[in-house]
Design a binder for this molecule. Structure first.
Ligand code: FES
Length: 188
């Protein structure tokens, strides 16, 4: 059966129907916003589950200057820090590692263990006094500079800011840097 056309002067859609439609639209938008914010936080935590609570400017105590070999041989130390995700705080969990070596009696040099090419961890070869990245064979000298210009790494090993505090404590500003580029740019 054919629907009757609206009477002359009657709008095609009644005002109450339009109001209902707008109300439902607003409710849907608010619902999306309410769900979207926690999802965004969750995704960030998933991508960086041990999100650094101290931020990239935070120095962490790694060891003491007396534990570094006097002959300047680099030694790898774990880096421990307090972390917090969206729900829980973790204290002194491993967040990475750093190579430390003496450059003077009381002056340490801190190098990232992360190869700037694609992020593999480098090893220190004592017999060759060099760092080697096992993934694509980038070679670095003991001070972290490139040993072989043909190495795929676009830059030297990244140095990290380091301070000696209270005469013996070695504190490092633990940071990650962008990979695959010649510039050393911290990841915020
Ligand atoms: S990741 Fe180190 S050489 Fe490729």
């Amino acid at each position: 059966m054919q629907e009757k056309p609206p009477a002359p002067g009657t709008p095609a859609t009644a005002p109450t129907e339009r109001r209902e439609f707008l109300k439902q639209g607003c409710a849907a938008c608010l619902g999306l916003a309410a769900v979207g914010a926690p999802v965004a936080v969750g995704v960030r935590v998933l991508l960086d589950p041990l999100h650094r609570s101290g931020g990239s400017d935070a120095f962490v105590k790694v060891t003491t200057i007396d534990s570094l070999p006097e002959d300047g041989t680099p030694v790898q130390f774990p880096v421990l820090a307090d972390k917090r995700d969206a729900w829980t705080k973790f204290t002194q969990v491993p967040v990475g590692a750093v190579f430390l070596q003496r450059q003077g009696a009381r002056q340490p040099l801190a190098l990232s263990v992360v190869c700037p090419h694609a992020g593999c961890f480098v090893d220190y070869l004592e017999d060759q006094e060099s760092f080697l990245c096992p993934c694509h064979n980038s070679f670095f000298k003991k001070d972290g500079s490139l040993k072989d210009e043909q190495s795929p790494s676009p830059r030297r090993l990244d140095t990290l800011d380091v301070e000696v505090r209270n005469k013996t404590e070695v504190w490092v500003r633990f940071q990650d840097f962008q990979l695959g580029i010649t510039e050393k740019i911290p990841i915020a």
